[in-house]
Design a protein. Structure first.
Length: 240
């Protein structure tokens, strides 16, 4: 049996949650709901949705901020896919709010009141595009296998447990394993930072990632620090 697609609906209006749940379940989606940012954080970790429908105005925080957290998942300490499609739902339809949503990582922005068939069409298009990208995206580098569909990483066949940011850092390096990625480049691609500042986030993640991979690597050290420049993923020969 084909696995159902899980939708997280985050909205504090009971009528909207009920309407979306009823219609999405009729269309064979699995629905999980939350009425606040705090609940949404918990549901994201527990259920790992395939797509998120996210209200902007929530009682405890802004949906914009939750969207940014999902894209910068260190704050949640979770294995949620930081690339999960997000559609913002809001009664605020002016250009400033739309731009604000996209700037924080939303994939689409739908103004309330919305027509369900249009929302469903946008969801379907986003999910299809995401799936096509992921099906192409199985990375293999010298004993490291990175499956971006299941988000599994194996080193010489052994499953390695990585956080969301560790996974994203590794997969970024693996796309061009001999390239030296500048620190600023990695901070932009993995964390969305515009300026490097004094952060040690990248270095601490690279160190943890190196330590997690090494026990399964038969003496190889995959994460190379090129001093003064950045990092690259290499397949060094085992030590003699």
């Amino acid at each position: 049996m084909e696995q159902s697609i899980r939708v997280l609906v985050v909205d504090d209006e009971p009528e909207i949650v009920s309407f979306l749940t009823e219609n999405l379940e009729d269309d064979d989606y699995e629905v999980v709901s939350a009425t606040s940012v705090a609940q949404a954080r918990s549901k994201l970790n527990a259920h790992r949705p395939n797509i998120v429908l996210l209200d902007v105005m929530l009682p405890d925080a802004s949906g914009f901020e939750l969207c940014r957290e999902i894209r910068q998942l260190d704050a949640l300490h979770s294995k949620v896919d930081p690339l999960v499609p997000i559609i913002m739902l809001s009664a605020r339809g002016d250009e400033v709010d739309r731009v604000r949503g996209f700037h924080r990582g939303a994939d689409d922005y739908v103004v309330k009141p919305f027509h369900y068939p249009e929302l469903l069409a946008r969801m379907t298009a986003l999910l299809r595009r995401t799936q096509v990208v992921r099906e192409r995206d199985v990375l293999q580098v010298a004993g490291v296998n990175i499956d971006t569909t299941t988000r599994e990483v194996r080193v010489n066949g052994a499953l390695v447990d990585l956080s969301a940011k560790e996974f994203l850092l590794l997969s970024t390096l693996a796309r061009d394993p001999r390239k030296v990625f500048r620190k600023q480049e990695l901070l932009e691609q993995v964390w969305g930072y515009r300026s490097m500042g004094a952060t040690r986030t990248l270095d601490s993640h690279a160190s943890r990632l190196r330590k997690k991979l090494k026990p399964f690597a038969n003496g190889r050290d995959y994460i190379a620090n090129v001093w003064g420049v950045g990092y690259r993923l290499v397949a060094a020969e085992p030590a003699a």
